[in-house]
Design a protein around this ligand. Structure first.
Ligand code: ASP
Length: 346
């Protein structure tokens, strides 16, 4: 029997059209997609059904409510299809792919998140290739993961990042190898792909205001942190510090503010502003300050995966201690814990 996939269309450039205000979501996408796919050899593609969001979005407007909608739709349709595609804007694609990977832990079917930099409606575009290849991947391959497919790269979703604003090669996976590369042939790396486990799907009740984030910068005033945590709703703070996880520790007011945060039970996760690499919180005396404050070194997690994971754990109702334990424990291949003593300091 021919394999069946569900394409969930949430919005994004792939289905947009030009307007006087720039690109806007277009609900004529389904007809356009059908017209394009009808010209392809049908035997190579799985059968598909397209389900569009009632309210198509530019993913810059994404909220955790959209994760609930996408997650619920996937769960409702899980048994009816062999694979899934989520068509999504590129701006927050890595956030959504991460969130879905936590919802669908243990999954046994592919979910490929894709989109494009140029709409399908334009003569020259990257939409058709991203879509057709994603359909083949979702329909014909054993990839029990949430992936981002873009411009020939198959990436673990919760390791992915939008790295280029205008290039077609807009996504990469700085801390994890690509799961596959598509050129003339589709080349997968099965040794990297997760194995299905006993599915433990859980859709959290997201708390939209629970996670906040801030980057250190030279001269950052403590009031930035104070104002971020100045509400009861905040349960977690992502701090993006320098290099291997170094904050400006001579900024005593800032350190006091961070201490206030952890003292109030806010989970503070320290990530690096660097594009690639892991946090070694203690390689430098500056970073070691954060160990004393019980700030969690965020290993090699991306910002997007950390944000989604914190929301997931908070949305499941976990307390601070449980979140602290889980944040650097891989749930869906999103991180590898770096031994904090393994940083070479001659
Ligand atoms: N702003 C668009 C979006 O994220 C960009 C894109 O899809 O490429 O929806």
């Amino acid at each position: 029997m021919k394999r069946q996939i569900l394409i969930l269309y949430t919005g994004g450039t792939i289905g947009m059209r030009s307007s006087a205000q720039g690109y806007v979501p277009d609900d004529g996408f389904e007809a356009l997609l059908k017209a394009q796919l009808d010209t392809r050899p049908a035997d190579q593609l799985p059968d598909y059904q397209l389900l569009g969001f009632e309210q198509l979005i530019d993913s810059a407007n994404l909220t955790t409510d959209d994760w609930s909608k996408i997650g619920q739709t996937l769960l409702d349709n899980w048994n009816g299809y062999d694979g899934f595609i989520v068509l999504h804007g590129t701006d927050t694609m890595a956030y959504t792919a991460s969130a879905l990977s936590f919802i669908l832990q243990g999954m046994d079917k592919p979910v490929i998140v894709t989109g494009s930099q140029v709409p399908l409606s334009e003569l020259r575009n990257d939409a058709l290739d991203n879509l057709v290849t994603s359909m083949m991947l979702a329909g014909n391959y054993k990839i029990p993961e949430v992936c981002v497919y873009f411009n020939g790269r198959l990436l673990r979703g919760n390791r992915s990042k939008k790295t280029k604003s205008t290039g077609f090669d807009a996504f990469d996976s700085p801390n994890f190898p690509w799961l596959g590369e598509v050129g003339i042939n589709i080349g997968l790396r099965p040794e990297l792909i997760l194995s299905p486990e006993k599915p433990g799907f859980k859709l959290p009740v997201y708390q939209p205001d629970a996670v906040v984030m801030v980057q250190t910068y030279p001269g950052i005033p403590a009031r930035i942190i104070d104002s971020l945590i100045d509400t009861e709703e905040v349960r977690a703070l992502i701090l993006q510090s320098y290099g291997v996880g170094n904050p400006p520790d001579k900024n005593q007011a800032l350190i006091t503010s961070l201490e206030k945060a952890t003292g109030r039970g806010i989970v503070v996760v320290n990530l690096s502003q660097c594009y690639q690499g892991s946090v070694y919180q203690g390689a430098y005396a500056t970073g070691a300050t954060l160990n004393r404050l019980s700030v969690i070194p965020g290993a090699d997690l991306t910002l997007e995966a950390t944000f989604a994971k914190l929301h997931h754990l908070i949305g499941l109702g976990y307390d601070a201690e449980r979140i602290r334990q889980q944040i650097t424990t891989p749930l869906a291949g999103e991180c590898r814990f770096a031994d904090q003593n393994s940083f070479a300091c001659p």
